[in-house]
Design a protein around this ligand. Structure first.
Ligand code: HAM
Length: 427
């Protein structure tokens, strides 16, 4: 049996790589506008970094980390990068040069989840972290920046769901209230949620079991337990989003699966993605830096799932290898001339192609047609002798003459006009 890529992983082949590059290029462009600089961290870290940061009782730490031992150390392939970025911020004393740092990253993450459409074991995130401030305008900035990126990519059809988990005081009060309430309802809860009451009570809020949902829907509401400062912070965020014309919904049951969150949390949910519909998610984590041994500073950020974003934009895009021009050769003896012309054109920025599979003239035309190549020319012994060829527009069947010496000029002009006319159908 031939060896295949591991379950939940995949290869990115050239026709798809262009989409990945497009997403990355758009992200770099937008992040630069907002003043975020790139950081690259290792894809594995000491496992303890993630256990301590993400939380011992989270699904990621309990079930999904890829762990391996080398010598006395236990390492984990990174399941996410917020913990790594915070580790780097502290390790390199970034706060000493400038307390407030805006960083972004692009790269693979690893979680041993059950693979399904939109959920993989090696997946890719683009993420940002603004470390060193508790300013709620930065939460707004992150959300606006993600929205700007989606706009740049032409991705619509999503909703932004917001919640706040409150600062320490509010969260403590709410935790107690929720525990008290759930302890009176244990018979209606699933086994997981009964366990969660002590271990991680907020996770009961996003349990999918109908019985648990019914109970939590009638239970205490975080927004009624917020301190004045937390309420004000959340208000600043929501009014800033409103002023910027970004629609959102508040979902008081949104809690997220990582323990480091402290205040606002959010998800961008796409309506066409089915069960795995979160394309971007994040929030505030004001204790993580201090907990890892750094200064006591606030931080906020998000990560988007590249696979899911690529899936959305893939519908509209053509294979980038579709040539702009195909030179059909008649008979083997014309091939060297054809090849020379192609090379000239490519050097002048025209994506030009010929047949390399020994096809007949007719079959070559069929291939060009199937590929959707907009312009084609045929070169036989007559054309080689006269050094004149006719460039055919495959859509209108119009023809234009060019000599071997003017072909670059004629074709670049023709392509320019063509692209101006039909920018969306450009190969
Ligand atoms: P997360 O919600 O675990 O947050 O992941 C963020 C995004 O990564 C998800 O919304 C989804 O698009 C994508 N994603 C997660 N798991 C998978 C998977 N198995 N397959 C495909 N895509 C996936 C974080 O990771 C936080 N570090 C985000 C953050 C940054 N919070 C603050 N700063």
């Amino acid at each position: 049996m031939a060896i295949k890529a591991p379950r939940g992983t995949f290869d990115i082949l050239p026709d798809r790589a262009v989409l990945w590059n497009r997403v990355e290029a758009a992200a770099r462009k937008i992040f630069q506008l907002y003043g975020y600089g790139e950081i690259r961290t290792p894809i594995f870290e000491n496992a303890e970094l993630f256990t301590a940061s993400i939380g011992e009782t989270t699904d990621i730490v309990e079930k999904e980390m890829y762990l391996f031992q080398k010598g006395r150390e236990t390492y984990a392939l990174r399941p996410e990068a917020t913990a790594s970025v915070v580790r780097a911020y502290i390790q390199h004393n970034l706060h000493k040069t400038r307390l407030f740092q805006k960083l972004y990253y692009i790269g693979p993450m690893f979680r041993a989840e059950r693979p399904q459409a939109g959920r993989y074991r090696q997946f890719h995130q683009i993420g940002v972290e603004a470390i060193g401030s508790i300013d709620p305008l930065l939460d707004a900035e992150c959300i606006l920046m993600a929205a700007a990126l989606f706009e740049e990519l032409g991705v619509g059809g999503y909703t932004i769901t917001l919640n706040t988990l409150g600062g320490d005081e509010s969260r403590g009060r709410y935790r107690d209230a929720l525990r008290r309430y759930l302890l009176q309802q244990t018979s209606a809860l699933c086994e997981n949620c009964r366990e969660r009451i002590e271990r991680n009570v907020f996770r009961a809020l996003d349990c999918k079991e109908p019985g648990c949902r019914e109970v939590t829907r009638k239970g205490p509401n975080i927004h009624e337990h917020l301190s004045d400062a937390d309420r004000e912070s959340f208000h600043t965020l929501t009014t800033t989003l409103e002023d910027a014309g970004i629609p959102y919904e508040v979902d008081r049951f949104l809690v997220r699966g990582l323990d480091y969150y402290t205040g606002v949390v959010y998800e961008f949910l796409h309506r066409e993605l089915g069960a795995q519909n979160a394309i971007c998610a994040g929030g505030r984590y004001d204790h993580l830096v201090a907990d890892r041994g750094g200064p006591d500073v606030g931080a906020t950020g998000f990560a988007l799932g590249m696979e899911r974003v690529v899936l959305i934009i893939s519908q509209e895009v053509k294979d980038p290898r579709t040539p702009q021009f195909f030179l059909v050769n008649v008979g083997d003896e014309t091939r060297p001339e054809v090849f020379k012309l192609l090379e000239q054109l490519r050097r002048h920025g025209v994506a030009a192609e010929m047949d390399h599979e020994g096809r007949s003239t007719k079959a070559q035309m069929r291939v060009a047609n199937k590929l959707g190549v907009p312009f084609v020319a045929v070169i036989g012994p007559d054309e080689v002798a006269s050094r004149v060829i006719r460039i055919k527009d495959m859509e209108t069947a119009e023809e234009k003459s060019a000599t071997f010496d003017t072909i670059v000029q004629v074709l670049t002009q023709t392509l320019k006009a063509y692209e101006q006319e039909s920018p969306d159908s450009r190969p």
